[in-house]
Design a binder for this molecule. Structure first.
Ligand code: ATP
Ligand code: MG
Length: 349
């Protein structure tokens, strides 16, 4: 290849703006082809309903929670891993893409990951949103497949691998072999459900109202799936439900665990059910290779140990659970033709 040609090819690469997107319920990450992760922000929008416009997205919108006036609402346009509010999701995606890429050129090709349990209608909605955001070609990849590639598994070989991705909206459990998902279960119980359970718990047990951000922080600080050697005390701020007066109460990791354990158990049961449905020849591989946990929920203290005890299998948490999916989706956009076999087959392309 001549020098001039190879140079123009690399310039073309820069201009092409091909990207990978992990459009998550909690966080959106964008990978630019050949460059890596360019954006990692909460999937949150400050939306002005009076004149139907987006005021802010991501961190900026998150910082506005509880500080907006009446017509401006803080919206999470994704629920349970899929788009719940089309107009706002599209606007958010457009703003994020603009931020992550050169402003003057639309993304040409987008690889976007979707929950494995997604319906055809939901799939079309994501595809349409990417097209409206400027993509000329849209490719979809199942989240657990992306996560498997992201943690460095060779998904093309004959070994069976079990991936459990615990996000904000969905938990995806999948057995992958020969670059396809042989068995998968997707439940709409994950991190958000735990946070909501914490809010409900304090309301019901202590007549105490706390906001979503407080519950989320408490979950990160002291949330656990198993009793801790030394339970942790924590102080939380909120409002007394009866008097309406702001106050602070003391709680601990035991109470928080009580609040979230229902969701944790649902996740563990789903893994056990999937293992039960797995063909015996793959079960032998799984015995050797164990289970890999990805997604933000994998950070929950003691979850790996609980799954290990319940399944009697080796369980490993990915090195970077919050970025496993985008790392895998990014590798796919970097070498799209090489990875075409892992993409979701679609009628449109
Ligand atoms: N240390 C932690 N302990 C418990 N949960 C955590 C921790 N860190 C992050 N999380 C949770 O992980 C979730 C976000 O994970 P992630 O970014 O993988 O989700 P997502 O990809 O946006 O969602 P989805 O894949 O379901 O659409 C949130 O619910 C967050 O509270
Ligand atoms: Mg995710």
């Amino acid at each position: 290849m001549s020098k001039i040609f190879s140079k123009s090819l690399s310039v073309f690469n820069i201009l092409s703006n091909d990207i990978a997107i992990d459009l998550g319920t909690a966080n959106t990450l964008i990978w630019k082809k050949g460059e890596g992760v360019k954006l990692n922000e909460p999937s949150v929008v400050a939306f002005d309903y009076a004149n139907k416009s987006i005021i802010a997205v991501g961190f900026e919108a998150q910082a506005m929670i509880g500080k907006t006036h009446r017509s401006i609402k803080i919206v999470k346009p994704l629920r349970d891993g899929v788009i719940a509010d089309f107009e706002i999701a599209e606007g958010m995606m457009r703003a994020f893409i603009r931020k992550a890429t050169t402003t003057w050129q639309a993304a040409r090709r987008i690889v976007v990951c979707v929950p494995s349990g997604i319906t055809e209608v939901e799939r079309r909605a994501i595809r349409d949103s990417c097209e409206h955001a400027g993509a000329r070609e849209v490719y979809l990849i199942a989240e657990p497949m992306a996560a498997a590639i992201g943690v460095g598994l060779n998904v093309n070989d004959s070994n069976g691998n079990v991936i459990v991705d615990i996000g904000g909206g969905t938990t995806e459990v999948a057995v992958i072999t020969y670059s396809s998902i042989v068995k998968a279960r997707s439940i709409r119980d994950a991190g958000d459900e735990m946070t909501e359970s914490i809010i409900r718990y304090f309301q019901e047990k202590h007549n105490f109202l706390i906001g979503e951000r407080t519950a989320e922080t408490v979950k990160h600080q002291v949330g656990s799936a198993l009793p801790l050697e030394k339970e942790i005390e924590v102080e939380i701020k909120g409002r007394d439900k009866i008097s309406g007066i702001p106050k602070r109460i003391h709680t601990n990791s035991k109470e928080v665990r009580e609040a979230i354990i229902g969701t944790v158990n649902k996740i563990v049961e789903t893994i056990i059910q999937l293992l039960d449905e797995t063909p015996p020849e793959l079960s032998a591989d799984i015995l050797d290779r164990g289970i890999i946990l990805t997604g933000g929920g994998a950070n929950l203290i003691g979850l790996d140990e609980l799954i290990k005890r319940k399944t009697q299998l080796a369980v490993a948490v990915a090195e970077e659970p919050l970025t496993s999916v985008i790392n895998g989706t990014g590798r796919v956009i970097d070498k799209l033709s090489e990875h075409s076999n892992v993409l979701i087959k679609s009628n449109r392309y």
